[in-house]
Design a binder for this molecule. Structure first.
Ligand code: FAD
Length: 445
């Protein structure tokens, strides 16, 4: 029995499931099956340049081709309008189809179908799948749960932010420029996007408990009334008509506090889903999925290190979740016109009061033994932690930092000690310069 032949089934073929499949393939796994059902609705989403790097790093090529160039993003927040930045607007149906194409081209076994009941034991999983009107039973040694927000999690411990819903309306109008806009209002915020074919996606986000939300039959009319009051929405409504279709998506931030076991793992939105205000959902989905193959590889090859690998995955996901939650909190807090409104009051304080970045000085740096990814496996190594980097930094351009900081701490006033350590580590001149610059950046004099 070769570890590479372990049967691995991935449920959900979005960016997270797709990235895990490609990552496992690169590690030599040959028996990977991914089960994916296309999304049931059209959506346009905005992504940053970091997603381009993430997709490239994961090994996608068709999905990369579906990313259009960056377009203008207008923002009206706290009563101030700016064209602060840009984003790439992707058509999710085309993007997700390109992910499937990448997977099939790279030899991953793709089943287009819907996963139903999953029966799991400590030795494996049995999954019922409906595909083209047929029922299939799949057996897996290892299961990757990547069904996004739809992934069942009733039995798992989860942390939830304020319950939030985003209502999406589709409009069609004259072809024009691809662009997007954000605007805050008393009870929520709007995100609007248009592509060059004249399709418009108008998304309004509210608190689920908001008393202004009408019953379902009046929802479309209610959204149009709200959009009519928003300055940024006007270019999207001009010479356009609503298709009448409406789609509500839950957008509550959710962290799964049990995201990995001995023979299963959750990735992407199934592990942690962020507030869409951050515009970083796809980025975080890729982040958790790029680390997952090393966690799975360790669980399968070195089960004695299972706790270490599980701790690594859970810590990274938790850290990422709180980072995005705090970015969102600070953005909500910048809106000061309706601070007393429940929508804004709750979100400007959640998840905590901890600043986005913790300032630290060199005396707070510590050397700790923590898990990292090393050559496709999770390993415990000495890293340098700070209040802002609790998970630690292992390398600086290939140079391990722990021995450097230990040398510094032994004699903080003597440059010669650092130089000796650099020589002992056989660092070249450029690396020595980088190490010294890093130390100065941390506050060394
Ligand atoms: P998904 O992309 O959701 O993929 C899961 C896949 O599993 C889907 O294809 C689904 O159809 C499939 N699936 C579900 N159930 C089954 C089943 N039973 N069997 C088989 N397949 C199944 N992110 C951004 O980066 N930019 C944005 O502008 C943005 N806007 C957003 C707006 C809203 C309102 C919301 C809610 C989210 C937004 N996001 C945005 C977040 C983004 O959509 C997700 O974070 C990202 O898609 C997560 O990737 P994933 O692979 O984990 O899950």
């Amino acid at each position: 029995y070769n570890v590479e032949d372990t049967s691995i089934v991935i449920l959900g073929a979005g960016p997270a499931g797709g990235a895990v499949a490609l990552g496992l393939k690169k590690l030599g796994y040959t028996n990977i099956t991914i089960v994916g059902e296309p999304r049931q609705f059209c959506a346009m989403e905005g992504v940053s340049e970091r997603v381009v790097d993430g997709l490239r790093g994961a090994g996608f090529s068709h999905a990369l081709e579906k990313l259009p160039p960056a377009s203008a993003r207008f923002v009206t927040w706290n009563g101030v309008t700016s064209q602060a930045n840009t984003e790439r607007l992707i058509d999710r149906a085309a993007f997700d189809a390109a992910i499937l194409m990448d997977l099939a081209m790279q030899g991953i076994h793709v089943i287009q179908g819907r996963a139903g009941e999953v029966i799991s034991t400590s030795t494996g999983h049995n999954i019922s799948v409906e595909s083209s009107g047929q029922s299939i039973q799949l057996d897996a040694d290892f299961l990757v749960e990547a069904r996004g927000r739809a992934a069942p999690a009733a039995k798992l411990k989860r942390l939830r932010g304020a319950e939030t819903v985003s209502i999406l309306q589709y409009w069609e109008g004259e072809p024009g420029e691809r662009q997007s806009a954000v605007q805050s209002f008393e009870d929520g915020w709007a995100w609007m996007a248009a592509d060059e074919k004249g399709r418009r996606y108008l998304q309004l986000t509210f608190d689920v408990a908001s008393s202004i939300l009408p019953e379902k039959s009046r929802l479309a009319e209610f959204c149009i009334e709200k959009l009519n009051t928003l300055e940024q929405a006007q270019p999207y409504l001009a010479n356009a008509t609503s298709t009448g279709e409406i789609h509500a998506r839950t957008s509550t931030p959710i962290l799964c506090q049990e995201a990995v076991g001995d023979n299963w793992i959750r990735v992407g939105d199934a592990a942690m889903a962020v507030d869409p205000l951050s515009g970083n959902g796809i980025f975080q989905a890729l982040s958790s999925s790029l680390q997952a193959p090393a966690v799975i590889n360790t669980l399968l090859r070195e089960p004695e290190k299972a706790l270490l690998a599980q701790r690594f995955h859970q810590l990274r996901i938790t850290e990422l979740f709180f980072r995005f939650a705090r970015i969102g909190r600070d953005f909500y807090a910048m809106e000061e016109q309706w601070q007393e409104q429940p929508f804004w009051e709750i979100r400007a304080q959640w998840p905590d009061k901890q600043p986005m970045h913790q300032s630290s000085d060199i005396t707070q740096l510590r050397v700790k033994t923590l898990p990292v990814v090393n050559q496709g496996l999770i390993e415990a190594v000495d890293v340098v932690t700070s209040p802002d980097q609790p998970l630690g930094v292992w390398h600086l351009n290939g140079v391990p930092l722990a021995p450097i900081i230990l040398a510094y701490q032994s004699s903080p006033d003597e440059l010669a000690v650092i130089q000796e350590q650099c020589l002992a580590m056989q660092l070249n001149e450029q690396q020595q310069r980088q190490v010294l610059q890093w130390l100065v950046g941390q506050g060394a004099s």
